[in-house]
Design a protein around this ligand. Structure first.
Ligand code: NAD
Length: 486
C-alpha cells in the first residue's frame, strides 16, 4: 500500500512517522496512507518556502518570468491532468464524470491568473501635494498558507495557488486529511513542469496539529482557507496572534427561489444540479427550495420523479450519477440530519437512506423534504449532502425574507420568466453570488465568496491576484522641503 510523504523542496521527503489511513468511500477500505505531519514538518515547509521566496529562481524571475513558469505548468496540466483523476476519486469518491470535468479545466485557472499578473504595473498616484510624486507598488506577501477541504481538492487548490503564485508568493498547502493524495500528486507534477523547489510545498495531517502550526508560524504572511465555519473561526483566531490576514471561504445554505412563472423543466434541471451534483457536497449547494405555493406540488413531484431515477454506483463508472459520500463520519452526520428532519416533522418525499440500503461504501441517495419550517435544523444548518428542503411562499417579499433567513450567505438562485422580477429578487438576496435561471457556474473571471457565516474575502475574478499582494507607496520629493516651523 502506498504511503504518501510530505512534499517539500521539490521532492517527497523520507517519512517514517505516524500515518493517517485514506479510505476509499466506494468500498470503505483503506487504499493508502498519508503522513501525519506536525509542527516540525510545518516549520521545515515554511522555512523552505520562505527561502524560495527570498532567493533563487522564483525570487529572480520577476512578474513575467513567473507568469511564464505558470503558463508552462498550464501546458503540462493540459497534457497530463488525467494522472490526477484516480487519486482524487480514491480519496473522496466523487464520480469520474465530475472529476474529469474539474481536472481537465485545471490549466485554465493558471493561464488566467498568469495573464492577470502581467497587467500589474507600478501606478503613479495623482496626489494633491506640491513638490512630491508618489507611486504605488504591489508586493507579494511572502509565504502563503493554503488550507483546503476534501470535496473538490484540486479545483479549490488551483483557485488559491494560481493567483497566489502569479502574485509572486510561495505557498505551503495543507490539504484535508480525508483527501490529500491528489494535492501531493499535483505538487509532483508542478515540479516536473518546472516550478522551482520550495515554491509549492504540501504537508499533510490534521487541522488542529499541522494546520494550526502552519497558521501560527512566524514566517506565515497570509492564510487562505476553505472549509467549515467551525474550522474557519479557528484558523482566523490562530492567524490573529500574528496579525496575519485571512481569506475564509466557508459553508452555505443557499436558497433557490422558484416563481410560478418559471419554466418548470429548466428550473428542475437547475435545482437538481444545485443539490445533487457531487452528491450535495458543494459549498454552493442550493439546499433550500422556496417555491411559490401555486406551483409547489408540480415542482416537487417532478423533482422526486427525476431524483429517484438517478443511478447510484461506482464513482469510477462514467454511467454513475450518484456516487458515495466522501467519508464515514460525514455519512453518519448526513444520516443523522435526515433522521432529525423526520423527527422535527418535515415530510420526507424521497429517502436516500432507504435507496442506499444494503450498499457497501458510504452511500446515501437524493433525499427531498417538504413542509420544512424555519425553526428546523434542516432549514438552518448545512448538510453538505444530497438533502433538499422545500418550503413555500405567497408574496415576493415573503420569498426574499425566507431566502435571507439564514446565518449563511454564499449563493442563491432565482427562477422566473420575468426579467425585472429576477433582477429585483437577485438584488435583494444576501449572498456573494446569485444565479438567475441558471446555477453553479464558476469561471476565473467571476469572484466567488460569501457574507455572514459563509466567510469573507473573494477568490477568482480579476481582483484575486491583488488579494495576494500588498500595496506600498513610495514618495519622492521633487522640490525642497519647506521649513515646518516658519
Ligand atoms: P473542515 O473545516 O473540517 O476542514 C477544512 C480544512 O481545514 C482541512 O484541511 C482541515 O484539516 C483544516 N482544519 C480544520 N481545523 C483546523 C485548524 N484548527 N487549523 C488549521 N486547519 C484546520 O471542512 P471540510 O469538512 O473539509 O469541508 C467541508 C466544508 O467546506 C463545508 O462547510 C463546505 O461548505 C466548505 N466549502 C466551502 C467552499 C467555498 O468556496 N466557500 C468550497 C468547498 C467547501
Amino acid at each position: 500500500m502506498k504511503t504518501y510523504a510530505p512534499f517539500i523542496s521539490g521532492k517527497f521527503q523520507h517519512w517514517q512517522g505516524d500515518t493517517i489511513p485514506s479510505v476509499d468511500p466506494a468500498t470503505g477500505e483503506v487504499w493508502s496512507q498519508v503522513a501525519r505531519c506536525g509542527a516540525d514538518e510545518a516549520d521545515t515547509a515554511i522555512q523552505d518556502a520562505n527561502r524560495a521566496f527570498r532567493t533563487g529562481p522564483w525570487a529572480d524571475a520577476g512578474i513575467e518570468g513567473r507568469a511564464r513558469i505558470l503558463d508552462t505548468l498550464a501546458d503540462v496540466l493540459e497534457a497530463r491532468w488525467e494522472e490526477l483523476v484516480e487519486p482524487e476519486i480514491r480519496d473522496n469518491g466523487k464520480r469520474i464524470t465530475e472529476v474529469r470535468g474539474q481536472l481537465s479545466g485545471l490549466h485554465s485557472w493558471f493561464r488566467y491568473f498568469a495573464a492577470e499578473a502581467r497587467k500589474l504595473k507600478p501606478e503613479a498616484q495623482a496626489n494633491s501635494i506640491p513638490g512630491v510624486t508618489s507611486v504605488g507598488h504591489w508586493l507579494p506577501y511572502g509565504v502563503v498558507v493554503a488550507i483546503t477541504p476534501w470535496n473538490s481538492p484540486l479545483m479549490i487548490l488551483a483557485w488559491k495557488i494560481a493567483p497566489a503564485l502569479a502574485a509572486g508568493n510561495t505557498v505551503v498547502v495543507k490539504p484535508s486529511e480525508m483527501a490529500s493524495a491528489s494535492s501531493l500528486e499535483f505538487a509532483r507534477l508542478a515540479h516536473e513542469a518546472g516550478l522551482p523547489p520550495g515554491v509549492l510545498n504540501v504537508v499533510t495531517g490534521l487541522g488542529h496539529e499541522v494546520g494550526e502550526a502552519l497558521v501560527r508560524h512566524p514566517l506565515t504572511r497570509k492564510v487562505t482557507f476553505t472549509g467549515s465555519d467551525i474550522g474557519g473561526r479557528k484558523v482566523a483566531e490562530a492567524a490573529s496572534a500574528g496579525v496575519v490576514p485571512t481569506t475564509l471561504e466557508l459553508g452555505g445554505k443557499s436558497p433557490q427561489v422558484v416563481f410560478a412563472d418559471s419554466d418548470l423543466e429548466n428550473t428542475v434541471n437547475g435545482i437538481l444540479s444545485g443539490i445533487f451534483l457531487s452528491n450535495g457536497q458543494t459549498c454552493v449547494a442550493g439546499s433550500r427550495v422556496i417555491a411559490e405555493a401555486s406551483i409547489k406540488d408540480a415542482l416537487v413531484s417532478r423533482l422526486v420523479e427525476r431524483a429517484q431515477a438517478l443511478r447510484m454506483g461506482d464513482p469510477m463508472d462514467p454511467a454513475t450519477q450518484i456516487a458515495p459520500l466522501a467519508n464515514e463520519p460525514h455519512l453518519r452526520k448526513v444520516k443523522s440530519m435526515i433522521a432529525q428532519a423526520k423527527a422535527d416533522g418535515a415530510t420526507c418525499l424521497l429517502d436516500g437512506t432507504e435507496t442506499a440500503n444494503g450498499r457497501q461504501g458510504f452511500y446515501v441517495g437524493p433525499t427531498i423534504f417538504e413542509d420544512v419550517t424555519r425553526d428546523m435544523q434542516l432549514w438552518r444548518e448545512e448538510v453538505f449532502g444530497p438533502v433538499l428542503a422545500v418550503t413555500t411562499f405567497d408574496t415576493e417579499d415573503e420569498a426574499i425574507a425566507l431566502a435571507n433567513d439564514s446565518d449563511y450567505g454564499l449563493a442563491g438562485g432565482v427562477w422566473t420568466s420575468d426579467a425585472n422580477k429576477g433582477a429585483r429578487v437577485a438584488g435583494e438576496i444576501q449572498s456573494g453570488t446569485v444565479y438567475i435561471n441558471h446555477y453553479r457556474n464558476v469561471d476565473p473571471s467571476s469572484p466567488i465568496g460569501g457574507i455572514k457565516l459563509s466567510g469573507y474575502g473573494r477568490e477568482l475574478g480579476p481582483g484575486a491576484v491583488k488579494d495576494f499582494l500588498q500595496a506600498k507607496s513610495i514618495w519622492t520629493g521633487t522640490a525642497p522641503v519647506p521649513d515646518p516651523f516658519p
